[in-house]
Design a binder for this molecule. Sequence first.
Ligand code: SAH
Ligand code: SF4
Ligand code: F3S
Length: 438
Amino acid sequence: MAEPKKLFIKTYGCQMNVYDSERMVESLGAEGYVTTEVAEEADMVLLNTCHIREKASEKLYSDLGRLKPLKAAKPGMKIGVAGCVAQAEGAEIQRRMPLVDLVVGPQSYHRLPAMMGDLAQGKTAIETDFPPEDKFDHLPERKVLRGPSAFLTVQEGCDKFCAFCVVPYTRGAEVSRPVDRLLTEARGLVEKGVKEITLLGQNVNAYHGAGEGGAWGLARLVRALARIDGLERIRYTTSHPNDMEDDLIAAHGDEAKLMPYLHLPVQSGSDRILKAMNRKHTRDQYFLLIERIRAARPDILLSSDFIVGFPGETDQDFADTMDLIRTVGFGSSFSFKYSARPGTPAAEKEPVAAEVADARLQELQALITAQQRAAQEVMVGREVGVIYEKPGRLPGQMVGKSDHLHAVHVDDPDGRIGDLVRVRIKATSSNSLAGQRL
Ligand code: SAH
Ligand code: SF4
Ligand code: F3S
């Protein structure tokens, strides 16, 4: 039998890229590729890239530089670039880095096998169209599972056009996958042992997939998924505040499988900056929304993304952001220094001085770290559900996620990956909790 060809895949950026990489592995698996962790022995190297900030984009070129000697030592090696940099820069990547054989944008992954065929015939392979068909229709069934928790992309693309963001350009317009496909995919995952599904979308709560009787919103999809026996937990990310519909908020109150954690990025606490960002809501509207969500599910843990140093951000604007964080109290948050992205409206504006942005980022991160610690401390003494995801570093130890998405270490020599157990939280450390199985 012929040796299988080897695929090395590296994933940058968001969870959707993680999901897409899994799907590409499956698609190329059908073409006879097996994955390898060692780039040197790969026949095909695929870099699934992110364009969200300058640093993320630059990683592609430094990694391509490192691949040069590998390809020189193994002339048959093919190098492909997928993801959002592929979409944004297209053929330019090949001009800048001639060692690249293939460029494929996120909407064209179902074309990969055909593109590989073109490569074998010595043709170039560049696909950055937004084809009308659903890429997922053409991908094989899910096989690659990384434990009891899986991602499921339900919606892709974004019509919001926040002034700083490349996603509407790299992922295109909002598209929702039909309900029946998602239920089938979810059942398939559960049959393979998945107990927790995180629904993915750049704007996941804008989901409006075709279902029985018309378009379904996310709440209805969540409720249908919750009826799948064996599926224990449902999460979704990332949501936009303006798409938090009443029925979705209600589901947080009465759908037991919907976990008490919500990532609801606000980006800034200043009305002036929110307007300049084109976020289309005010800080007060965000506060009201949080109140309604907490009324439905009082113990919900909230998280957010923040951008500091957006063009025009004054000390007062930044103080408003700090005030919003203190007022809401987040369980965790991601924060970024504004990065000007080519082609976005904000990139035309005068940037905030780098030292000022750096200082603000530090101050903001200190506050969110303190809030994260506080949210962890609150858990000490409480009983929580944990699904084990992997063995811990110590013998007999398991690590899993709590309902509130905290990493929890448990001494449990009999524990197995995928077990859903009750745990009493005993202690908290910087990034995780420790507990005792009940
Ligand atoms: N769809 C999600 C965000 C996807 S990008 C949402 O609407 O919230 C993830 C995060 O990256 C954003 O929430 C934002 O905080 C950050 N981000 C996006 N563009 C950025 C830029 N140009 N500079 C710095 N951070 C950025
Ligand atoms: Fe980007 Fe999110 Fe805004 Fe869409 S809603 S443009 S993905 S930050
Ligand atoms: Fe990055 Fe594209 Fe995701 S830009 S964050 S990989 S949608």
